[in-house]
Design a binder for this molecule. Structure first.
Ligand code: NDP
Length: 322
């Protein structure tokens, strides 16, 4: 398959770079100072695209690559790719579901515990020598809380399973009711009013943009904890900051932000929030598995076997290209 040419826009992990280079001819756009000029120079040969992170893939890129067949995305979330437009053009987009589900669910539970029991703050307290003076103040508890999950998909269900084992009541909101033993709320405000912990594992994109808003925080209430591991764009971030400032909610644990890696200074200044730099899937093993799936999707496609994990907007019918 060395005759197949793949374009990588920004630098990805060695498992992806080496894996693609082993099977295909790989063009590393980030190594060229004038990236656009470089892309133009190879554009007509490119049949596969591995975008890397923080790079928007839209109609403008598709226009530049007339022979593109497949975009292999690293990550289950693909809100940086205009998948609808790809589907309209008969292109395939793949993502990396399942291989990261348990890792992200573990992190979510860890972030929730860290937020409710203030683990990073307690650690800072000890290191500052404050324990020598007096014990750390008592914290809130996870006991007896009701957990509302926004986005009960693969990761949401894995979070629910874990929190069930903690003895907590689970509810959820999504666009449809599922056959699960959890309480369904047809509206997000309804879910926030019912629960004490709201966990967002919903994807980014137009349909979720800013849906966790001031009304939701008001419904969550002054004992409420908000945890976000889905996408920053799902939250109205100024409304979240206001809700935290005015104690409309108790606290928040956040792994994702609107304008990553930039995090609002107001959040950084707050001591009653726990902030993580989008590390949900960031273990060596899980990132390796995700990277391998990026490579495997390309290998499978160009071997004529179809994509392994196409996204719903670009379903594989068995007829396109291969
Ligand atoms: P799934 O597609 O399995 O689940 C997504 C869920 O979101 C579905 O249950 C869907 O339910 C719900 N949903 C989608 N749109 C809406 C909407 N408009 N309103 C309410 N609910 C909606 O995805 P995964 O569980 O595998 O991943 C979820 C997200 O987690 C990813 O898209 C990504 O953004 C994020 N993620 C974050 C990571 C991190 O490092 N922090 C790592 C991995 C993923 P329904 O269709 O019924 O509405």
């Amino acid at each position: 398959m060395k005759d197949v040419q793949i374009l990588m826009l920004s630098q990805m992990a060695p498992v992806v770079v080496d894996g693609i280079a082993k099977h295909f001819t790989l063009h590393k756009a980030w190594e060229h100072p004038d990236r656009d000029a470089f892309i133009s120079s190879v554009a007509s040969d490119i049949r596969g695209l591995a975008p890397g992170t923080h790079y928007r893939v839209n109609g403008a890129i598709f226009d530049m690559l007339p022979n593109l067949e497949i975009v292999s995305n690293m990550g289950v979330g693909y809100d940086t790719i205009d998948a609808k437009e790809a589907g309209r053009r008969g292109l395939i987009v793949t993502n990396t579901p399942d291989v990261l589900t348990d890792e992200v669910a573990d992190l979510t539970v860890g972030l929730l515990l860290a937020t409710v029991r203030q683990l990073p703050q307690v650690d800072r307290y000890l290191r500052a020598g404050e324990w020598l003076k007096k014990p750390y103040p008592l914290t809130a508890t996870l006991r007896g809380r009701k957990v509302g999950i926004l986005g009960l998909g693969r990761i949401g269900k894995a979070v629910a399973k874990r929190l069930e084992a903690f003895g907590l009541e689970i509810g959820y909101h999504g666009r449809s009711k599922q056959d699960v033993p959890y309480r369904y709320e047809a509206s997000l405000v309804g879910l926030a009013g019912w629960c004490d912990v709201l966990v967002s594992v919903a994807p980014g994109g137009a349909s979720t943009d800013g849906i966790v808003n001031a009304e939701v925080f008001k419904a969550l209430g002054p004992d409420g904890i908000f945890v976000n591991v889905g996408r920053g764009s799902v939250v109205d971030e100024p409304a979240l900051i206001e809700a935290l400032k005015t104690k409309t909610i108790l606290s928040a644990g956040l792994d994702v932000f609107v304008d990553e890696p930039r995090v609002p200074a107001e959040l950084i200044a707050m001591d009653h929030v726990v902030l993580l730099p989008h590390v949900g899937s960031a273990s060596v093993e899980t990132r390796r598995a995700m990277g391998q799936l990026v490579v495997d999707n390309l290998v499978s496609w160009f071997s004529g076997k179809g994509p392994i994990t196409p996204v719903s907007e670009t379903p594989y019918t068995g007829s396109a290209f291969a």
